[in-house]
Every structure is written in C-alpha cells, then in structure tokens.
Design a protein around this ligand. Structure first.
Ligand SMILES: [Ca+2]
Ligand SMILES: [Ca+2]
Ligand SMILES: [Ca+2]
Ligand SMILES: [Ca+2]
Length: 497
C-alpha cells in the first residue's frame, strides 16, 4: 500500500520514469541484400542474428505490442505493405497492412507518449510528416493521419527520437551531403530547436538512448558509415566526437536501434566490409625459368591473411628457395652483374619481379613499409624507385597492416604477367596500378565513403641501367585526421667505366 502511494505520487513529477522504453537502446544493422538482421548486445559484446523480410525491404524497429521491447518492422516498396513482428526471431509478421503511397518513408515511434510505437509517414515530395498514432488493421489500409505538419528541406532524410525526454518521440532530419542534423522538440512546423553537424558526408543517421546503465531518457544521434562498416554514437545532441565507436556492419547494411530485451547472442557478427585496396601488375616475357619461380612464390602467399597490427614478412613466409619446393635455377644479379647458374642463389632466382609487384601493392595500398630494398641497378621493366629486389634471407619485403581490418593477399599470374592484390579496408579507395614498357599506370576508384583515404605517390629524379641515378620517392596519405607523408631515397649504381 505504501509503495503504491509513493509510486502514484511520483507519476506527476516525472511521468516518464514509468515509460516502457526507459531501458537503454542497442544498435543493430540489417543486410538489405539478404534480409539478415544483426543486433548487438554491447554489455555482453555479442551478436544476435536472424532473417526477417526479403531483400531491399526498408527495416526499422519499434514496440508494436507495448511490452517495452523493440522488434522488427519492414516496409516493402514492391507491394506497399508494412510487416511488423513482435519478437526478435525469424518468422512471419504478426501484423501487416497497406501503407501510404510510393516513396513515403516509414517512421516508427511513440508520437503520443502512450508507450506503444506506431508507424507514421514522412512524404519527401511534400517535406511533410503525417503522424499516425495507431497501427493499421490486418491486410487493410492505414486510416487517416491524426495530423500532419511541414518540416524539413528537399533531400533530407528523416529520423525519430525523444530528444527532450518528455516520453514523446519527435522527428529530425539529416542532410547526408554535409552531415547536418536538425530537429524540433515538438511535432509542429517551425524553426529547428537543435542544428549541428555530426559525422561526415555519406553517413546514415539514426537515434537512440545510448548510455548504458542508466539510460538518460534522451535520445541522441548515431550514424552508420557504410564505407568502413562502423557505428558512431554520440551521447548528446551537439557537435563533438563519438562516445562509442564500433565496427559492425558493411556496405550492404543499414542501421537500426531499439531496446531489444533479452536476446540470446552467440551469432556471427556481420561480414567485415572488405574491398580491394590495391592491385599491382608487372609484365615479363614468357617462359623463362624465373617465371616458374615467380609463380611458385605467388602460390605460396596467395590467401595469406595479415591481422590488424601484424606484419607480413615475405621471406619468413616463403622460406629458403629449394628444388624440393619446385624452384629452378635462374639468373640473378650478383654484385650488380647478371649471373647464372651454378651459384646456390640461382635456385629460385629472378623472383624480384614478385618482390616489386607486391611492393607496388603495398605502396599504393598505403600500408606501412617496414623493409624493402630497390635493385642496385635500374631495370626498366620495373617502376622507377617504387620497386623491391628479393633474396633469401635478404633483401626482403615486409609491411605492417596498420589498418583496423585484416588484409588478405591474393595473387594471380599469366605466362607474361604477375598481379598482387591486397584486400582489406583502408577506410578509403581502391588503387589499381601496373607497370609496362617503362611506364606505370595508376588509377584510383572510390570505394566507401565520400571522404575516403587517399594515397598519392611521386618519384623525382631519373636513372638508367648504364648510368645509374638518384631518385626521391614520396608518398602522401590523406584521411580524416589529415595528411601524412613519407620519403624514401635511392641511388642506383651504373656500370663501372
Ligand atoms: Ca514489443
Ligand atoms: Ca504511441
Ligand atoms: Ca520528446
Ligand atoms: Ca541518452
């Protein structure tokens, strides 16, 4: 009796303490190409995964049955239906109904503070919100909106949250081209109450009450960055750094948030956002013995995975070149002069073509160079300066994977070319290069976010086989934290007079 009175007295002071959704919110991602959901339990660092929906449904989460637990909803543009499910498990929709008009954006939230989420509408063509405080009836259309109001600017994307902790959700808008976020603290037309920049262009917005134990009651912004598959959560609605950063998702996924209740965990996280970081190809004449050696070496490193922070050591991987491994005698440079074939080093000779090719992929991929050594004499079939000779146990090629994602080394060859690819995620671009006929060809394609990591290189100076020469190689890497550069120098020797 006493406690009941106390509780009743409390309601008037802060009615939202009794709200069903006072728990902290978690985040998840949905793979739109497969309909697979991944919910992240941040306290247990575990993932719960299930399939719900079909590819290219628009996913969202809400509490459709008012039990305090958010579960999936989908909008399927192809048939115009909303599909709502009441548990975080695979299965059929508990409720489905016809929704809006094509291109309407579904917005799940509690817009009247009754503890139940409903699906409202943002109509981008009108920049107008239609607030609907009841769910539709099974297999029927949605009734008329309770009310509607204008808010937003053309092209901006809507999102939902309770930004003032009054127990009623509001709507905000996000300009993906700039990262601008703005919202009002009421469901009415007017000037934004809050307006700030979070994230970078291309990020996808969502909101939740992210602080764990206790929740603050205030929803704040989060963004998902498809380029690096990373979620960034901020605990307040203003300019500043993310309070939580977590790699979760990939370029196929979109973010969702909610209070998931008890989920089992133990499932695999979404696939890493891996892409081709760099590819480098060099060419050679067909059928020389050294080509056999190059191809054996290529097969020995193909598929090797370099964990974040680990180093790749080519000679450690390959080991001594022996006839037992299939290596054959081939010409080598010995003291700057060509030599073949009774020296032990001739076994497995000529593989510096492979050293040069993998070094090209390392250089243009922007990975940290630990060890490499250009040839003592300049050989025109290799890029000037950006090349590496190879012997056992030295010279060697070693790089460090200074990204947050594993790097996979892939190799391919033909009778007259050798290609090395590095797959991973450098938060940025793909660089494809080759060197043929004394010229290098480098092309850059963007992959992921708009402000991607950029690698540029420059070689000044010149060299010939006969006269030698002095070259300066410089590489710039630009990312969100700024530009860093590194310089290498190399003197090629010429023929003794
Ligand atoms: Ca529920
Ligand atoms: Ca409601
Ligand atoms: Ca509110
Ligand atoms: Ca909060």
């Amino acid at each position: 009796m006493f406690s009941l009175l106390l509780a009743a007295g409390f309601v008037g002071i802060a009615s939202d303490v009794a709200r069903a959704d006072d728990a902290s919110d978690g985040f998840g991602v949905v793979d739109r190409s497969s309909g697979q959901w991944f919910l992240f339990d941040s306290s247990a660092e575990q993932t719960t995964s299930f399939y719900y929906g079909t590819p290219y449904d628009t996913p969202f989460m809400g509490d459709w049955d008012c039990d305090g637990i958010d579960t999936p909803g989908l909008y399927r543009r192809s048939d115009g239906y909303v599909y709502l499910r009441n548990s975080n498990t695979p299965g059929f929709a508990n409720l489905k109904y016809y929704f809006g008009i094509p291109n309407d954006v579904p917005l799940a939230g509690d817009f009247d503070g009754d503890g139940c989420d409903t699906v409202s509408i943002y109509r981008p063509s009108e920049q107008r919100f239609y607030v609907i405080n009841a769910l539709g009836s099974e297999d029927q259309g949605l009734g008329a909106a309770d009310y509607s109001f204008d808010f937003g600017n053309s092209g901006d994307k809507p999102f939902v949250g309770d930004f003032d902790n009054d127990g009623i959700d509001e709507v905000g808008l996000h300009r993906e081209s700039s990262g601008r976020v703005y919202f009002r603290n009421s469901l009415t037309t007017g000037v934004a109450d809050s307006d700030f920049i979070f994230g970078i262009p291309g990020d996808k917005i969502f909101a939740g009450d992210w602080e764990q134990k206790p929740a603050s009651g205030v929803d704040s912004v989060g963004i998902f960055r498809p380029g690096n598959g990373t979620v960034y959560l901020r605990f307040s609605n203003n300019v500043g750094n993310a309070d939580v950063t977590k790699q979760f998702g990939n370029s196929n996924t979109v973010p969702v948030s909610g209070s998931f209740g008890d989920v089992p965990g133990g499932d695999a996280a979404p696939a890493l956002p891996i892409h081709l970081v760099s590819r480098f190809t060099t060419y050679h004449s067909c059928c020389e013995p050294r080509v056999t050696n190059i191809q054996i070496m290529a097969r020995q490193v193909d598929g090797l995975v370099v964990a974040p922070g680990d180093t790749f050591d080519l000679n450690a991987r390959i080991g001594p070149r022996t006839s037992a491994k299939g290596y054959v005698p081939a010409p080598i440079l010995l003291n700057g002069e060509g030599y073949c074939c009774d020296h032990p080093l001739n076994i497995g000779g000529g593989t510096s073509q492979f050293g040069t090719t993998i070094y090209g992929a390392i250089f243009w991929g922007g990975f940290e160079d630990i060890t490499h050594k250009p040839h003592s004499r300049y050989i025109a079939r290799y890029p000037l300066g950006i090349e590496a000779t190879l012997g056992y146990p030295s010279p060697n090629v070693v790089f460090r994977n200074d990204t947050d994602f594993p790097v996979t080394v892939r190799t391919r060859y033909t009778s007259s070319s050798i290609t090395v690819e590095l797959w991973g995620n450098n938060s940025g671009r793909t660089i494809v290069g080759s060197h043929q006929g004394g010229r290098s060809y480098i092309s850059v394609t963007r992959s992921g976010n708009l402000q991607a990591r950029r690698v540029t290189g420059q070689v000044t100076g010149s060299a010939t086989y006969d006269d030698g020469g002095y070259v300066v190689i410089k590489r710039w890497i630009t990312d969100l934290s700024g530009t860093t550069s590194r310089t290498w120098t190399h003197r090629y020797v010429g023929s003794p007079d």
